[in-house]
Ligand binder design. Structure first.
Ligand code: HMH
Length: 218
């Protein structure tokens, strides 16, 4: 078992809080209201726009700090997928009558985006940044995969959204990121491993806040 799996177990309460949030339950059982979904959609578009430069910073770190050449390909693939993702947000928003240019970022979103920006610093080690990258993607993969389970009652019009992150290929990509993070953590000094664990926990907290915000609770 890798370091990441150990942390997921150790912090299972928080991890489950982020991946089995009431927002996701409401998608899964079909009780979600359209206004929550639209709020999530607009805010997540803003988040993904901030996520792109974060991933670019991980790409720079992989080039400078990683000794594993295949790492770059996985991260570059993730970056390319974000291009598609932004196009998807635009299509989905126009379909639902959400005007993306008018979205005002919510406080929880601003805090999460600032946190992402802080991780782009050259002072932040590759190991720490790639752990955060894995965690951000894994929360969405685990969350939306729940909405595709056999006994789920996810409304037909939300299936496509759930499949974006819940699909098997995205699951495989998250496992690749986890392997990369695990390998990097294994070689890292204790101080860096501790920093990575803290950053992992911060990601989970921000994800919970993001779901809360999407429910209109904050
Ligand atoms: C808030 N976390 C949030 N938005 C996303 N799109 C992802 C993770 C995964 O890319």
């Amino acid at each position: 078992m890798g370091t990441i799996e150990t942390w997921v177990k150790k912090h299972s309460l928080l991890y489950t809080g982020a991946t089995n949030h009431p927002f996701i339950h409401s998608v899964r059982d079909g009780t979600i209201d359209l206004s929550s979904f639209k709020r999530w959609l607009g805010q997540d578009y803003i988040f993904v726009r901030a996520f792109v430069p974060f991933v670019a910073s991980v790409l720079l770190k992989v080039w400078k700090e990683s000794d594993e050449s295949s790492d770059m390909e996985v991260i570059l693939g993730g970056m390319a997928a974000l291009n598609d993702e932004l196009a998807w947000f635009k299509k989905e928003a126009s379909k639902r009558g959400v005007s993306l240019s008018d979205i005002v970022p919510h406080k929880a979103n601003i805090r999460y985006c600032s946190f992402l920006e802080s991780l782009t610093s050259t002072e932040v080690e590759y190991t720490v940044a790639v752990t955060a990258f894995w965690a951000i993607e894994a929360v969405y993969q685990d969350s939306f995969a729940h909405c595709l389970e056999e006994d789920s009652k996810t409304p037909a019009e939300l299936k496509e959204t759930c499949e974006r992150w819940g699909n098997e290929a995205f699951g495989q990509y998250c496992r690749s990121l986890r392997e990369i993070a695990n390998r990097s953590l294994e070689k890292a000094p204790d101080g860096v491993v501790s920093k990575a664990e803290i950053v992992f926990l911060r990601v989970l907290e921000h994800e919970v806040e993001f779901w809360n915000m999407s429910r209109g609770e904050t």
